[in-house]
Design a protein around this ligand. Structure first.
Ligand SMILES: C[S@@+](CC[C@H](N)C(=O)[O-])C[C@H]1O[C@@H](n2cnc3c(N)ncnc32)[C@H](O)[C@@H]1O
Length: 369
């Protein structure tokens, strides 16, 4: 697009808002193919919510890009009609970009509100209202979905012995299942194959690394090396929670682990493979997840593996991503039975990412208060 002057979009002028009111531009709609953009105001400062809505309804100029020039195709009503000035295309684009960001943010808040309503409706249903079911306790601080709250509730019911974890497949650690525990004073080991992610962990988690609460090892976990890796990192004793999220060989790596017997195991399942399917991808160290729904293992396959290893399924997260297993000797009557995939399966609800945790998760070192 050229830098030639075009008509000024009368958007940021104080005069437009009585000289006392500043506002923010808001894209209300866009229509292809003529690239026309409808822009409105949302003002702040002195304006009440009601006034803001009124402004948005009132000031609704429409602009169209034609032959490199922005045209006002519908002028503002009342006194704002006909304001003109010069403005370059890049200024227009910069403003539109700011507007698009703002609009996206507003939309994202709206989705979070929709999700909160949906969540409350679901949790009121008899299935989820059962006090033994874990899902009502779900919440997100640093986990991908509601895992943080579910893990907290599991340990409230069964207790923790050493407050120690091992997690692999943590990316850069800002979103994982053990960052909350770390912040709360647990210690643990993270294994991650991606060197850039490990570098970021070393930056973000420096206080935890330097005080010895967190150990991080850059390694590609395999069924053959996992026991040795855990042992060499000094975590062969007293691990309370193991989390596995490596997108493909998760089942096979859990199967291979004999060095530790954690109280709780959190492992990703493939929710596309509903019970009673009992399927797992063949073990292959050279494949990476392609982004589709060919990966990992069905819940039923993991439940069978858990039984073999002395673990009982106690729930899945609401998003249908992670399954939670507790060591058989600790289960008592704390959890919903029967401990089957049919009972505990949750379908893929990946829109759970709209679950709000306030600001985005940013683990950091806290002192006791
Ligand atoms: C889906 S991401 C993990 C997401 C994260 N756990 C969360 O809750 O958002 C999978 C991570 O596993 C790592 N990974 C994949 N295969 C691995 C392996 N064999 N050993 C260690 N890390 C692996 C990837 O580099 C990636 O960071």
């Amino acid at each position: 697009m050229s830098e030639q002057p075009v008509r000024h979009l009368p958007l940021c002028s104080d005069a437009q808002l009585d000289g006392s009111r500043r506002g923010q531009i808001l894209v209300l709609s866009r229509s292809a193919p003529e690239i026309s953009v409808t822009i409105g105001w949302t003002a702040h400062d002195a304006m009440s919510t009601a006034e803001k809505s009124a402004q948005r309804l009132t000031f609704r100029p429409s602009f169209a890009l034609s032959a490199g020039t922005w045209h006002v195709t519908e002028t503002l009503p009342g006194r704002n009609r006909g304001m003109t000035d010069l403005m370059s295309d890049s200024d227009v684009l910069r403003q539109l970009l700011a507007v698009a960001r703002y609009t996206a943010n507003v939309e994202s808040q709206r989705l979070k509100m929709d999700f909160a309503r949906y969540w409350a409706e679901e949790m009121a249903k008899p299935r989820y209202a059962d006090p033994k079911r874990l899902l009502r306790h779900g919440f997100k601080i640093y986990s991908q979905n509601d895992e943080d709250g579910i893990i907290q509730e599991i340990f409230r019911r069964i207790g923790a012995a050493n407050r120690t974890f091992v997690e692999f497949g943590v990316q850069n650690g800002l979103e994982c299942n053990t960052a909350k525990l770390l912040v709360e004073g647990w210690r643990g080991l993270w294994l991650e194959a991606n060197s850039k992610c490990v570098e970021e962990i070393r930056g973000h988690f420096q206080p935890f690394l330097s005080c010895g609460a967190l150990s991080v090892v850059e390694t590609t976990v395999t069924a053959a090396n996992i026991d040795r890796t855990i042992d060499q990192a000094g975590f062969a004793q007293g691990v309370d929670m193991l989390c596995i999220d490596i997108d493909n060989n998760d089942y096979w790596v859990w199967k291979a682990i004999n060095s530790i017997r954690p109280r709780v195991v959190v492992i990703e399942y493939n929710s596309a493979l509903r019970p009673p399917l009992s399927l797992v991808v063949p073990y292959n160290e050279d494949t990476n997840w392609s982004g589709g729904n060919y990966f990992g293992a069905s819940l039923n396959a993991l439940v069978s593996l858990g039984k073999e290893k002395g673990y009982r399924i106690v729930g899945c997260c609401f998003a249908g991503v992670n399954a939670f297993f507790v060591r058989e000797d600790l289960c008592g009557d704390h959890f919903v039975e029967p401990a089957t995939a049919e009972e505990h399966y949750e379908p893929g609800r990946y829109f759970t990412k709209f679950m709000s945790s306030g600001h985005s998760g940013r683990p950091g070192y806290y002192e006791p208060g």
